[in-house]
Design a protein around this ligand. Structure first.
Ligand code: NAP
Length: 350
């Protein structure tokens, strides 16, 4: 029996690579595909453009939902899969960050698999799988540092969307590329890791590692550390999640160790890139603070991409929203959608 996959966000960077992975694996079958607005007639047996992606999921009842929608718009599909115990291959980190405890409760009720497609979390999932919680001292997420690594705040004054879209190691959609330049992406990943692996925030570290070869490190209590390495290529975590627990071949070349592989790490610059610290603080405060962080960031990134605010205004807009919301927990999805909407509306842009 083939594994039946629905790819949500099939026209995006992750979605297109997922279609490639599915086409290369005879055990996988594409049963449904969605996009936000790009026409996708004929891409899959069932397709949908815009609207609620859960309509397609209801109609096709896939074995695996690959959620590669960008932003909070992916929330309904995430909750749909978690609630029903349908395997969720999750690229759409924003939905897990925003839904937090609600998602974790739905996951517990549904009892299905939640397989991260973020490269760092896929690595962490694999490293943590054989370990008990007491053995783990900390999880270390690596960050490339983005195109502005090493710059001071003053040097970020005049950067344009084009500058920020030029990522050194990953080719990705525009929103996550800007998030990588501000380090908001690593902030979202920190909160994502907390919910995925049930780790307290103080046990999740972030280090800058410019070449993105080491995806995650787990520090063990005996002083040893385990690392997951590979050249950066999203087809690896996508393939891992779709074929799990099998491991299929991918076009990725093996690490060239004899050719000389040096690994550089250093701490993040929280002064130049305050969104990482703001994300940590939002996660620690809990409730709907992570939802507000995500909503404000999405709105501010959109405004930056449209030339309405400057790069350095993004973190200010998020900080301002976080200071104004009460962050009280959402009791259901409707309340969460409302928390997202009101945080978004607080982003003051011209
Ligand atoms: N790209 C990466 O390497 C990478 C790595 C790790 C995690 N992720 C995560 O994966 C997700 C997707 O990222 P991406 O880089 O693939 O983004 P992307 O290239 O911008 O693609 C986004 C996809 O979502 C669809 N979409 C946009 N707005 C939508 C809406 N309101 N409702 C339904 N569908 C909508 C788009 O359809 P249209 O074409 O019609 O706009 C497109 O198919 C993000 O959460 C990102 O953080 C990405």
């Amino acid at each position: 029996m083939k594994r039946r996959i629905a790819v949500l966000g099939a026209t995006g960077s992750i979605g297109r690579q997922a279609l490639e992975v599915i086409a290369a694996n005879p055990d996988l079958e594409l049963v449904a595909a969605t996009s936000g607005s790009t026409p996708i007639d004929g891409l899959a047996p069932v397709t949908q453009v815009g609207g609620d992606a859960t309509d397609v999921l209801e109609r096709t009842q896939p074995d695996v939902v690959l959620n590669a929608i960008v932003g909070f718009a992916g929330i309904h599909a995430t909750v749909w899969a978690l609630e029903r115990g349908v395997t969720l291959a999750l690229a759409n980190k924003e939905s897990l960050v925003a839904a937090g405890d609600l998602a974790r409760d739905a996951w517990r009720r549904g009892g299905g698999l939640l397989l991260p497609v973020d490269s760092e979390h896929s690595a962490a999932f694999q490293l943590l799988a054989p370990l008990s919680r007491e053995q783990v001292e900390a999880l270390v997420l690596t960050a490339s540092g983005g195109p502005f690594r090493g710059r001071s705040r003053d040097e970020l004054e005049d950067v344009s969307p084009e500058d920020a879209l030029a990522h050194p190691t990953w080719r990705m959609g525009p929103k996550i590329t800007i998030d990588s330049a501000t380090l908001a992406n690593k902030g979202l990943e920190l909160i994502e890791a907390h919910f995925l692996f049930d780790l307290p925030y103080e046990a999740i570290e972030v280090v800058v590692h410019p070449t993105s070869v080491v995806h995650a490190i787990v520090r063990l209590r005996d002083g040893a550390s385990l690392a997951h390495l590979g050249y950066p290529d999203m087809r690896v975590p996508i393939s891992f999640a779709l074929a799990y627990p099998a491991r299929e071949r991918t076009p990725l070349r093996q690490l060239d160790l004899a050719g000389g592989l040096s690994l550089e790490f250093h701490g993040p610059d929280l002064e130049a890139f305050p969104l990482l610290a703001l994300a940590r603080e939002s996660g620690e405060r809990g409730g709907t603070f992570p939802c507000a962080f995500n909503a404000a960031n999405e709105a501010a990134v959109q405004a930056f991409l449209e030339g309405r605010i400057r790069f350095l205004d993004i973190d200010g807009a998020v900080a301002d929203v976080l200071a104004r919301v009460d962050g009280s927990p959402a009791r259901d999805l409707d309340e969460l959608v409302e928390a997202d909407r009101s945080a978004r509306n607080l982003v003051a842009v011209a």
